[in-house]
Design a protein around this ligand. Structure first.
Ligand code: GLN
Ligand code: ZN
Length: 764
């Protein structure tokens, strides 16, 4: 008998219930009790959705982030909030986002408004976690309440609970030692907290605990590898059975180490490490559970169930009861339910599977393994028909696009002149002051804007009224920016629901879900478009809006585009061709838009590559290949312009110390990056690498409602000027302002413009 289970379920809710509950709590509109109750309701519903499985994850729910939950469970809070009062949930939100609820947090006066924790990407996904902050003195003290309560809650509902926690080594690896101390040195202090946690779970009668150690699919230093054996030995006698979960890639040199750990089972991502199954089975002691991730937890395509059974049946025959099956990783990274999609093209819908459908695939596979394929013959036949239909569909294949990609050569991605020459030409057509100010593109997406856009989409608002409303919004942004005295303006992106979806909607080869939301961080969700076929651009996508915005002002207006790598990395992409090919197709399409903007008289064009870094493979040995095609794709997109046209690019959360050469290779005239939360730490990259072009290190953390002061911004810019000559510095926020309110944006940008003016004055 094969055991079915799941590593984690999306917690945001099929209709983003968690998002709305959180945001209304933060606004002070609902009570903490209501928020807590909504959390419990969601957990109960999600457990019901997984009821067909033999073991169901508990503890994968989080109000903001599972890593931050783990920090609280381990009693490990940043020093700056350790003495805070009030309810732990409010403290939790203070660490997550700088403050808790408006109005209802009784301690907002004494404890509100702290620096929010730094966020970074969860491995190579688009999920951001709150980075644990360590120093040499870090101590841990277990607070198992949250997990124990959720286990009790699950039990009361008859759920076959398998608590999920982040393993000690991954937890340490995910954090940052602010004082540069060795995180691994904290392991001895950390393990007793884990041991006590496992013992507490055992005390509740828990049999299996899933302990996630995804760092085992990354390149590890010898000391980290060596630490695993001792750490798991220390946890071995805690009264629960441990299923050590690895995912997102193959184990490679860590395989033997993993196989030898004193745990009761190992989960392997068989989608990405299918060729390691045999080696792992052979290397593991004969009494251990082997859990195989056989359904891709990262994409939305139906699994080819027959293909899986072809290789899985012999494995099942060999392992018998020791075989467990599950999705490859937590389903946090896919939308909840395909059944709710009413508008999705029927043909394309028949090719897809969201979280609930993926779990159905798991149970179907289990039935085929236990009772034989004949028992599920109809289901298998339907699945095969869908797989074949997709493979052969003329909607997927466009010969002209394939030919254009085949014709790509070096010249396509090369600017006419070197930066120095371009810079001089750009200076003569664009007179800008020292420390020029700009923003990253979007302005607040107000309720009114969203209402207008959704009414237009629903067909209840006609095109003219819609366009007039958007023009009015663009005009408002332009007037505000003129009043603020910013130097390079943007149109504000009112017409864009999302920086990727907006382009996907206008490109051929893309499909859209109505509710395919995936959590990005906290309450923020994205709805990745589905890249299913060869990509082409039937007509200009942004030119009308940008030229309208430019017509309103004598100041330079930036054209605003999303780059091919980011579109790719933030889409659900094809699994039937290499990512590089999909990326080149996107590059050729966006290049046409760049050239059309230039033709329309736009002199500055920003091509956002917010997600370039997150596409980096987890293994360094694969970086060069990825960066090669990613950088080339950007260059194909951007570099067809005249030397006088200024190309900007923007990247968020780009800890790019280790890829700075590739970024310089993109050859953008100006790059704007996220830096303010890390106190300009990111600029350390410039100590050893002489970045040749202009750069705008973000000085306003747009992910927090806190307003930066002029003095703070001057301080950050002075730090930047120690590393980069002032002539090459820009002053701008970390990222777009769409999630902020005008009431925050105006004072923050006022501080920013005043800071730039003060810096100019002191340079003069
Ligand atoms: N231009 C986009 C905006 O301002 C960039 C967003 C991003 O980098 N995530 O919204
Ligand atoms: Zn950004």
């Amino acid at each position: 008998m094969v055991t079915t289970h799941n590593l984690g379920f999306p917690r945001i809710g099929a209709r983003r219930e968690l998002k709305f509950a959180l945001e209304s709590y933060w606004k002070g509109e609902t009570s903490r009790e209501e928020l807590t109750r909504k959390g419990a309701d969601l957990r109960a519903r999600h457990w019901r959705d997984q009821a067909a499985l033999d073991l169901i994850p508990v503890g994968d729910f989080a109000f903001y982030d599972q890593v931050l939950d783990m920090s609280f469970t381990l009693g490990h809070l940043p020093a700056r909030v350790r003495d805070f009062h009030g309810h732990p949930l409010d403290n939790y939100f203070r660490v997550a986002r700088g403050r808790s609820a408006a109005g209802t947090d009784d301690h907002a006066g004494c404890c509100g408004g702290v620096a929010a924790g730094e966020m970074t990407k969860w491995f190579d996904t688009n999920y951001h976690y709150i980075v644990p902050e360590f120093d040499a003195d870090t101590k841990f003290s277990l607070d198992p309440a949250r997990l124990l309560e959720q286990v009790a809650e699950a039990r009361a509902l008859g759920v076959k609970a398998k608590p999920v926690i982040i393993g000690p080594l991954t937890y340490l690896a995910l954090g940052k030692a602010k004082d540069g101390s060795d995180r691994l040195a904290l392991l001895a202090r950390l393990l007793p907290a884990y041991a006590a946690l496992l013992a507490a779970l055992a005390g509740q009668g828990v049999e299996w605990v899933q302990i996630d150690e995804p760092i085992l699919v990354t390149d590890l230093d010898p000391a980290w590898r060596a630490a695993f054996a001792g750490a798991y030995k220390a946890l071995a006698g805690c009264g629960v059975r441990l299923l050590l979960a690895t995912y997102f890639g193959p184990l490679r040199e860590n395989l033997d180490l993993v196989a030898a750990l004193p745990v009761h089972g190992i989960h392997l991502d068989a989608v990405n490490a299918g060729d390691e199954v045999d080696a792992l089975v052979r290397a593991m002691p004969a009494d251990r559970v082997v859990s195989l991730g056989v359904v891709n937890g990262r994409n939305i395509w139906k699994t080819d169930l027959t293909a899986v059974l072809n290789w899985l049946e012999p494995v099942a025959a060999r392992l018998g009861d020791r075989l467990w099956i599950a999705p490859s990783c937590s389903l946090l990274h896919v939308p909840v339910d395909l059944a709710g999609e009413r508008k999705l093209d029927q043909e394309i819908k028949s090719w897809l599977a969201f979280a609930i459908q993926k779990l159905e695939e798991i149970t179907l596979l289990a039935r085929a393994l236990t009772r034989g394929r004949a028992a599920v013959a109809d289901d298998l036949a339907r699945n095969q028909a869908a797989i074949a239909a997709r493979r052969n569909s003329p909607r997927v294949h466009n010969p002209a696009v394939k030919q254009a990609v085949a014709r790509i050569d070096d010249r396509l991605g090369r600017r006419q002149g070197p930066f120095a020459l371009r810079n001089a030409r750009q200076k003569s057509v664009l007179p800008l002051p020292l420390y020029p100010t700009t923003t990253i593109g979007s302005f607040p997406q107000t309720r009114e804007i969203r209402l207008v856009r959704s009414a237009f989409k629903a067909g209840t608002l006609d095109l003219n009224t819609y366009q007039a409303a958007m023009r009015q919004e663009i005009e408002r942004s332009v007037r505000e920016q003129e009043a603020l005295d910013l130097d390079v303006l943007v149109h504000g992106e009112a017409e864009r629901n999302d920086m990727v979806e907006y382009f996907g909607e206008q490109l051929e080869g893309y499909a859209f879900s109505q509710a395919g939301w995936v959590q990005s961080y906290g309450s923020r969700c994205v709805k990745p478009p589905i890249l299913f076929g060869d990509i082409s651009r039937p007509r200009p996508m942004t030119v009308e809006w940008i030229t309208y915005a430019q017509s309103l002002t004598p100041k330079p207006m930036k054209g605003m585009l999303t780059g091919p790598v980011t579109i790719l990395n933030w889409s659900f992409v094809r699994d039937d061709q290499p990512r590089a090919i999909s990326c080149f197709q996107l590059a050729l399409a966006i290049r046409e838009e760049v050239l059309d903007l230039e033709k329309a008289g736009i002199r500055i064009i920003q091509i956002d590559e917010a997600a370039l870094r997150e596409g980096l493979p987890l293994r360094r040995s694969q970086w060069a290949d990825y960066l090669g095609w990613a950088v080339e794709s950007f260059r194909i997109t951007a570099n067809g312009v005249d030397d006088a046209t200024q190309i900007h690019t923007h990247m968020c959360y780009s800890e790019f110390n280790d890829i700075i050469a590739a970024i310089a290779d993109m050859d953008a005239d100006v790059i704007t990056i996220e830096t303010s939360r890390s106190d300009m730490d990111l600029l350390k990259a410039f100590d050893s690498f002489n970045y040749p072009n202009q750069i705008g290190p973000g000085v306003y953390d747009i992910h927090s409602p806190n307003i930066p002061t002029e003095a703070q911004i001057i301080d950050l810019m002075n730090k930047a000027a120690q590393r980069i000559p002032a002539e090459r510095l820009w002053v701008n926020p970390d990222c777009g302002l769409k999630t902020r309110a005008w009431g925050e944006v105006i004072p923050a940008l006022t501080s920013m413009v005043n800071a730039a003016k003060a810096l100019r004055a002191s340079a003069a």
